[in-house]
Design a protein around this ligand. Structure first.
Ligand SMILES: Cc1ncc(COP(=O)(O)O)c(C=O)c1O
Length: 501
């Protein structure tokens, strides 16, 4: 990298360095992914202080042209893909679904998909965690965590979780607009345990519970196990349909509303502040508890409102969060913010179930937070997810059948893709698997697994896998569509293009 400085110029040296690197990147002389010289090496070469180079690199990072990889240096960022003008929209399910107590096959499906997701040869659009690649700093941070907390690792810990971690999570929540004290927090084994504790504590068999339709299938399965009766109220582009919500609160007097207000699983939708306020006001009117699942918090790449719990003057919202979606699901560290009236009850529930979350996992998360690594890692992850979302949107509009619509999420890593006609999605998913692509079928996310022509696609994959996988899926959908047409209605060129016999 050749950098000539004009030492007579009034333009400061760090700006000259930034200008030059900018030009090299924009002209293509520095390719995406290539590494910039280290700060020390460049400073030596062009005879400036390392601080001057640090300042220039920092500005390039702010310009979104490069990113820092801790321990490895600065790299040229991949430019955002051209996103086609969106014809995109959310297609809401039309009907309320009532589910009397029943068991679905969630546990069997979870085990089967975990086995498939472990196969490195598959392009995996189905999983519910980010594909982070290698976490280079994990071993180092874990070693530090062990050496710094040896004493606590040798004993049982506190049922509510280690004080330092609770303090650190409180700070994260304050940054999101949710002011809570460490005493209100309970560390859980992932947010799944938070959901399970809360549902077990609040519900008895036969209670009515309202969920969004579609929603996270792991929550539906928990409610089924508890013998709850479920009302699935359709999601709309701005969140649960509030008119229907109020109607069913009036007619069924449910005990609990389960909701994912931010970066909803599976649709990716984030509800606006006024929707949150109205939901809380309705819950207050009918004295109904609310369980807020904020599993995708921190993953927004566009601004999102504060959590629902921040709009909760009467302390009726129980809030769960997790590090599974931002760091590693295998650590099993999540947390729950309990309403004052239920704090002791939920703590007791935790103690009887599990004593506490492994202190080693807590210490590792704590180390990520204390060193600032978590902050930097999240910034990188968000940026990467945004680029991958745009790549997937581009590929979808290129390969999927006309009339397909999709959501454009403000973060997280799910797109909800609604197909224009009732394709046999299970069959297409089997055919996709044979070609090395794994997808999550939309119907899995509805109470009663009601059939629905949609897919949930995880876009946190390497760009080349996104492009290849979406092309395969698009071809399968087009083949099916043409094969289903009367022979005289498909043109020869279409048959040839999609290899339909
Ligand atoms: C909405 C939602 N809540 C909770 C969970 C459970 O995650 P964990 O227990 O790993 O924190 C998931 C996992 O997919 C999820 O999508």
């Amino acid at each position: 990298m050749k950098i000539l400085l004009d030492r007579q110029s009034a333009r400061p040296l760090y700006l000259q360095i930034r200008d030059r690197v900018q030009r090299l990147i924009r002209s293509g002389a520095l390719q995406p992914g290539s590494r910039l010289p280290s700060i020390r090496a460049l400073a030596r070469e062009i005879r400036v202080s390392p601080l001057t180079v640090t300042e220039a690199y920092g500005m390039l990072e702010g310009d979104d042209l490069v990113y820092a990889q801790p321990g490895s240096g600065y790299f040229v960022r991949v430019p955002p893909a051209e996103v086609p003008a969106a014809t995109s929209a959310f297609a809401p399910a039309q009907t309320v679904i009532i589910q009397e107590p029943q068991q679905s096959g969630f546990c069997e499906q979870f085990t089967a998909s975990s086995q498939l997701q472990a196969r490195p040869d598959l392009i995996d659009f189905s999983s519910g965690f980010p594909h982070l690649g290698e976490q280079k700093d994990f071993a180092r941070l874990a070693r530090r965590a062990v050496s710094q907390s040896k004493d606590t690792l040798l004993r049982y810990g506190l049922p509510q979780g280690q004080p330092i971690l609770r303090q650190q999570i409180t700070q994260l929540l304050v940054q999101q607009g949710l002011a809570v004290a460490p005493e209100q927090l309970l560390i859980t084994n992932g947010s799944q345990q938070g959901l399970a504790l809360a549902m077990q504590y609040y519900l008895k068999p036969g209670d009515w519970v309202i969920v969004e339709s579609p929603t996270y299938h792991g929550a539906i399965a928990l409610l089924e196990t508890l013998g709850a009766r479920i009302v699935g109220i359709p999601m709309q582009a701005d969140g649960i349909n509030l008119t229907l919500l109020e109607q069913y609160l009036h007619s069924h007097r449910p005990r609990l509303i389960y909701t994912i207000s931010t970066l909803h699983n599976p649709t990716g939708i984030t509800t606006p502040s006024d929707h949150r306020q109205q939901l809380i006001a309705i819950a207050n009117r009918y004295d109904c508890l609310v369980l807020e699942d904020n599993a995708y918090e921190g993953l927004h790449f566009e601004p999102v409102p504060p959590p629902l719990k921040a709009f909760d003057p009467h302390d009726r919202v129980t809030y769960v969060g997790t590090f599974s979606k931002t760091l590693m699901p295998g650590l099993r560290v999540g947390y729950l913010v309990a309403p004052e009236a239920h704090r002791q009850g939920l703590l007791r529930q935790m103690l009887l179930h599990d004593f506490h979350v492994a202190t080693l996992s807590q210490a590792v998360v704590s180390e990520y937070l204390a060193t600032g690594y978590y902050r930097r890692h999240l910034d990188r992850l968000r940026m990467q997810n945004r680029q991958n979302r745009d790549r997937m949107l581009q590929a979808l509009s290129q390969h999927f059948p006309d009339g397909t619509t999709w959501t454009i999420p403000q973060g997280g890593f799910f797109l909800w893709v609604h197909l224009p006609e009732p394709f046999p999605i299970q069959r297409i998913s089997q055919a996709a698997l044979q070609q090395g692509v794994l997808i999550a079928c939309g119907s899995a996310f509805f109470p009663k697994q009601q059939g629905y022509p949609a897919l949930r696609l995880n876009f946190s994959l390497p760009p080349e896998e996104i492009v290849k996988g979406i092309a395969i899926l698009g071809r399968l959908l087009q083949q099916h569509r043409i094969a289903a047409l009367r022979p005289d209605r498909a043109s020869n060129s279409e048959r040839k293009r999609y290899r339909v016999r």
